[in-house]
Design a protein around this ligand. Structure first.
Ligand code: NDP
Length: 453
């Protein structure tokens, strides 16, 4: 059987045994096809059936989460934890609370996490979890009771040498606090079983900023090898959550001009540059819609989602030199990629997980635009989570600069690994190939060395 036929047969098999998991098919398809240069060169991975093994999570936990709302009614959600691969370390990956969450989304995120974590160079395996719970419009008490109910089941499966969840969409510092409190209450242990903790109870400095800062560091390194810098560049950013806010913050530090942000209801175009203070107040403190930002700044444009062009996202219509998709999966379409190219964009740097649709990705890779895949560019969050684990283990707390310098070094190493691997396989600068092969090779070699686990 030809190698491409073998790859396709594994992908077909995934579709047959896990129906309806479109995002998971998308992620496995992208990774497997980019591995072809490696599979052609080294027969061991196919001999050891690594593809067949690596797409099946080591363990999938699905559980009922019942919690009481403010009216005294019991509500029910579904909780997930997919412990995907522990070859190089304990499972590590965030929890997502969003109504769109289902098993396919958690599996796509967990699958990506395996290779992302391997790329960081740190000893962490891949996992992901979450719930279809929608935090929007819920009171603080409801969010607390949901988190407590979620942890009342999850605690059985996690531990600081076993599985260490963190935040993702809908899970920030507040939710991590409630989850951690419940874990401590049930087990009686003050353990580093979650990352993204508060600074006064085991958290790490820079964790909050890490994904956004890391994404900017990655973009700068990629531009540098192409004799460019971020300084003075117009940048568009989508999203207005954790990743987007700290991307915007660091872009300013690098002398760039971030002109946009968005949420699930609309987008802001602020030509003179996003006002970070207002953005933080609206989204981080008041958990409000970006419409509130527009009311405070008469000189910006606010476009609600209902007025977005068909099959496109309004953010990507804005002329820019660097684009940072930092909201959610499949938010940058083929049409968007074409518009970005036409408007002179030179780099698309993924802050979110899989924000680019498959046809857009194919188009970008054949264009002259540079492309940083999320599994490399947004790995700063998980890397700093691991630094939080190190600090917990040694009962230390490092300064902001100490952590930030380590983060800068890790992001540089990730960039160099992905870039050098792309060169090794004669696809210089194709970081989709570089990142996927580098991450896969590390995990696959470990799987071979550890036998039929
Ligand atoms: P947040 O919940 O803090 O923010 C998410 C942002 O995206 C919000 O502005 C939200 O809008 C918007 N958004 C979410 N879903 C949709 C949707 N379906 N359509 C349009 N907008 C949407 O999440 P994060 O910033 O933490 O995560 C953003 C991305 O980065 C995700 O892909 C996540 O997996 C990835 N990531 C996050 C890491 C982290 O450390 N936090 C680490 C690595 C990757 P609204 O405010 O209206 O809800």
């Amino acid at each position: 059987m030809k190698i491409t036929e073998r790859v396709q047969s594994v992908l077909n098999c995934i579709q047959e045994c896990s129906p309806g998991q479109n995002e998971f098919y998308q992620a496995t398809h992208e990774v497997f096809y980019s591995l072809l240069p490696l599979l052609n060169e080294d027969p061991r991975y196919l001999d050891h059936n690594i593809l067949e093994r690596i797409v099946v999570p080591e363990r999938t936990i699905i559980f009922r989460v019942c919690w009481m709302d403010d009216q005294g009614k019991i509500q029910t959600n579904v909780g997930y934890r997919v412990q995907f691969n522990s070859t190089i370390g304990p499972y590590k990956g965030g929890l997502r609370f969003h109504p769109s969450v289902n098993l396919g989304i958690i599996k796509f995120l967990g699958f990506e996490q395996i290779f992302k974590n391997a790329l960081t160079g740190l000893p962490i395996g891949g996992g992901k979890g979450g719930s279809n719970f929608d935090p929007k419009g819920k009171s603080d008490g409801e969010i607390m009771r949901f988190c407590q109910a979620f942890m009342s089941e999850l605690y059985k499966y996690i531990g600081n040498n076993r599985d260490i969840p963190a935040g993702d969409i809908g899970v920030g510092g507040r939710e991590i606090g409630y989850l951690f409190g419940q874990y401590k209450k049930i087990t009686g242990e003050f353990d580093g079983i979650l990352t993204g903790k508060g600074l006064n109870w085991g958290g790490s400095r820079v964790r909050k900023q890490a994904t956004g800062y890391g994404s900017v560091y990655f973009a700068e390194d990629f531009l540098n090898v192409n004799d460019q810098t971020l300084k003075g560049k117009i940048c568009t950013v989508s999203g207005s959550g954790n990743v987007a806010i700290y991307t915007i913050e660091r872009l300013y530090d690098f002398g760039a001009i971030p002109v946009s942000c968005s949420d699930s209801r609309g987008m802001i175009y602020h030509k003179k540059g996003i006002d970070l203070q207002t953005l933080k107040a609206v989204k981080e403190i008041n958990h409000d819609s970006l419409e509130a930002y527009a009311k405070l700044h008469q000189d910006c444009d606010y476009i609600p989602v209902s007025q977005y062009p068909k099959d496109a996202h309004a953010v990507w219509q804005i002329p820019c030199e660097v684009a940072f998709p930092s909201a959610t999966q499949n938010e940058l379409t083929l049409l968007d990629a074409q518009t970005l190219e036409k408007n002179g964009c030179i780099l698309i740097n993924e802050g979110a997980n899989m924000p680019t649709t498959p046809d857009a990705l194919e188009y970008i890779r054949q264009s002259k635009m540079l492309f940083s895949p999320g599994k490399a560019a947004n790995a700063g969050g998980v890397a700093t989570s691991q630094l939080e684990m190190s600090q917990n283990a040694s009962m230390e707390q490092w300064s902001f600069d100490e952590v930030d310098i380590k983060l800068r070094g890790i992001m540089r190493d990730i960039f160099n690994t992905a870039y050098n691997t792309s060169k090794e396989f004669e696809c210089q600068g194709d970081l989709v190939i570089g990142a996927n092969i580098a991450g896969f090779r590390k995990v696959a070699d470990g799987m071979i060395e550890q036998g039929s686990i």
